[in-house]
Structure formats: structure tokens, C-alpha cells
Design a binder for this molecule. Structure first.
Ligand code: FES
Length: 114
């Protein structure tokens, strides 16, 4: 089973099982990762699933796309403390390639999110 490590704003980490096919937002919800709320259920209408993706997984997390979609960019503008490595986690589908992925929650003091 692939896994993801979430880094909280206070620096603590939590590694969780990450079933292929679920979105990273759904995986966060299943594991009670605050503050990933996912209020809109993944329909790009809330930005409560915002997090930072570690650069080592950034490209893989884009899937078949070359870049973030315009719709995701627009919604990200509404999120708290956006940085270069910001994504909406409902738009990241878990794959075997993302096994071991490191993500951080908004406000986390990680130097790789820029
Ligand atoms: Fe609402 Fe991701 S869950 S935009």
C-alpha cells in the first residue's frame, strides 16, 4: 500500500496509507488530517483542501497535465498562505508513482514550498 506523509503547521508529521485511486483530499479526510476540510467534495469550489507538494513529487502529482489547470489556479487564489508549491489536494489522484509523497499543510515552515 502506498503512503503519504503530511507535515502539520507545527512541524509534526503523520504518515498514512494512501490507496491508489483516491484523491489526496479524500485520503486526508479518511485520516482526520486537519485542516484539510474538502468542503466542496472535490468539485473545485472551496480551496479548503489546499496544501504544499514537495518538489520531488511535484511533477508526478500533476499526472498527465503539464501544469495546474486554470480552474485550480483561480481557486488557489482564495486559499490561505499560498506558495510556489501550492496545490488543491482534491485535484491530485493517488498513483503508485506518488508512493512516499511528502505534503505540508498551510502555514507549515518548510523551506521547499518557497
Ligand atoms: Fe473543494 Fe478541493 S475540496 S476545492
Amino acid at each position: 500500500m502506498p503512503s503519504i506523509t503530511f507535515i502539520y503547521a507545527d512541524g509534526t508529521e503523520k504518515q498514512v496509507d494512501a490507496p491508489v485511486g483516491l484523491s489526496v483530499m479524500e485520503i486526508a479526510q479518511k485520516n482526520d488530517i486537519d485542516p484539510i476540510e474538502g468542503a466542496c467534495g472535490g468539485s473545485l469550489a472551496c480551496a479548503t483542501c489546499h496544501l504544499y507538494v514537495h518538489p520531488d513529487w511535484w511533477g508526478k502529482a500533476l499526472g498527465d497535465e503539464d501544469s495546474i489547470t486554470e480552474e485550480e489556479e483561480d481557486m488557489l487564489d482564495l486559499a490561505f498562505d499560498i506558495r510556489d508549491k501550492s496545490r488543491l489536494s482534491c485535484q491530485i489522484q493517488m498513483t503508485e508513482d506518488l508512493d512516499g509523497m511528502i505534503v505540508a499543510l498551510p502555514g507549515a515552515d518548510v523551506d521547499w514550498a518557497a
